[in-house]
Every structure is written in C-alpha cells, then in structure tokens.
Design a protein around this ligand. Structure first.
Ligand code: SF4
Length: 279
C-alpha cells in the first residue's frame, strides 16, 4: 500500500484551480492560432486575436481567463493500493477548492438552487470517483462555467435513430445554443450507458486534448464528420459569423440497454480550463 498525505492533495488541488483558470492549455491556444489563420471574416479573426491576447494577459497578470471561474468538477482515479492519510478524500478535495478559489481570488459561483445564497467558497465540488488498479491517485479538474453548462443536454433517442439521429440532435443543439456558450466551443458527446452515465462520460470526454485522435478509427471519423458539419453552421467566434463554431468534438461511446440510445451533449466554451495531477 502507498500512503498519500492529505496536505499534498490539498496543495495539488489548490494549485490546479489557480493554474487552470489563468493559463490557457497549449492545445487550445494552438487551435485559436490555426482558426485565426483559416478564417476569412475580419470579425472572426479579430475575436480570435482578442482571445489570444486575453490568454496572454491572464498568464502575465495571473488574473482569470474569464470572470466565471465555474463550478469545480473533478474526475478522480484512485488506485486500489492507495491509502489517504489525514482525512476523507472528498473533504480533502473540497478543502483544496476552498484554498485555490480563495488564494487565487477566483469567483465563487456555487449557490443554493432555491435561495440562491452563495455557499461562499465554491464548494461542494462535483467529484466523480473511479477505483482503478495500482498505487497512484490521478485527479483531473475542470472549471465549468454556467453559460456553457446551461447549453448542455441529455436525451434518450430511440435505437432506430442511430448515427443520423445523433448527428441531427447534436447539430440542432449547437445551432440553438448560438452565441450563448461563448463559441468557439468544444463539444463532449456521451453515447450509451444510462441517462446519468451518458452525461458523465460526455463531460469526461472534454478532458481529452484537442489534437488527439480517438483510438477507434470509426469514432475518430464520426468526430471529424460532426466537427465539419457543425462548422458549416457559420455561427463563428462569439456568434459573429465565421468558419469556427467548434474547436473540436470529443466522443465517448459505451454499451447501453437494447431498448435505449442515451445521448448527452456537454458544451464547453472556448475558455477550456482544466488541469491534471498524478500523486
Ligand atoms: S461560457 Fe465560458 S467564456 Fe463564456 S462567460 Fe461562461 S465561462 Fe466565461
């Protein structure tokens, strides 16, 4: 068994929250640059230029990339041979969020759904746990802003609707979302499992690098097809028109009930803030 101390996890989580909210991932930056070179529309080019400038300023000043620093979402893989010393892992991660959002002066957005009273420290975090073989603890963090999350949907298609039905639903979702989720967006798609599981895997798919290729060539081709079709919508950066409505489409596919075809579309804005640590 391997022991990991609570204080090391708290420090790692706090610093992930700050870094992710102030440093744009290199794959997202590279996509902005590529899109700026490919766009013909002056307004689309200008929006992308401003997004790159915003990323430079955030890195330089350590101010957040966006004022909405999101709910703190975590995907945690805990090895079967790991012992956490000094507290309960859920509470430890929440303490890391409390410190990160406090020390980094990040906006606290978590509130009671009815009274709208702010919880004050951006907890509770949304934490998904997986138990895996080994003696490592892998924590992935994502800041999920309200504007993009509000545009996400889960639906249960009829199995006969198949790939054409999935494509139609996803394209309509992005079209209806329009400028609301601050495009260019990244679309995480969960297909299969159950109603709740599809939503979970659609969000986890957003953690993939924009420049990766799905290991299954058939799914990789579907991702490319959807990305091209969505970009034909012409919504463009910030909805001002252009070729770049999405920066990428990432799909996760798992078996489902023979009577169902669960589909989740998780919309992520251009401010794709995430970090990962392995302890
Ligand atoms: S959708 Fe994203 S970029 Fe737009 S305000 Fe929300 S967090 Fe910020």
């Amino acid at each position: 068994m391997r022991t990991i101390q609570a204080k090391d996890i708290i420090e790692a989580v706090a610093s992930m929250c700050i870094k992710a909210n102030t440093e744009l991932p290199d794959d997202v930056r590279a996509k902005f640059e590529q899109a700026m070179a490919e766009e013909d529309s002056p307004s689309a080019k200008e929006v992308l230029r401003q997004l790159l400038e915003n990323a430079d300023l955030a890195a330089e000043t350590k101010l957040p990339l966006c004022q909405d620093t999101g709910l703190a979402v975590f995907f945690v893989e805990i090895g079967e041979d790991v012992v956490v010393e000094g507290g309960n892992l859920k509470e430890i991660i929440n303490e890391g969020v409390r410190r990160g959002y406090g020390d980094g002066f990040l906006r606290k957005s978590s509130c009671d759904p009815f009274t709208r009273a702010n919880t004050g420290d951006n907890t509770p975090a949304i934490i998904h746990f997986d138990i895996v073989p080994g003696d490592r603890l892998k924590i992935s963090y994502m800041a999920k802003g309200g504007g993009a999350e509000n545009m996400s949907r889960v639906t249960m298609l009829a199995p006969a609707q198949g790939w054409e039905g999935i494509k139609k639903y996803v394209i309509n979702r992005v079209a209806e979302a329009g400028p609301n989720p601050c495009p260019p967006t990244i679309i995480g798609i969960g297909i299969g499992g159950t109603f709740d599981h599809a939503a979970r895997i659609s969000k986890k798919a957003l953690l993939r690098r924009l420049d990766d290729t799905h290991p299954d060539p058939q799914i990789a081709a579907m991702e490319k097809e959807l990305e091209e079709d969505i970009n034909q919508l012409g919504i463009g950066p910030m909805g001002l028109g252009g070729k770049t409505t999405v920066l990428g489409v990432k799909m996760a596919v798992e078996p489902c009930h023979l009577a169902s075809l669960p589909l989740a579309v998780n919309v992520q804005c251009h401010s794709q803030r995430h970090e990962e640590v392995e302890l």
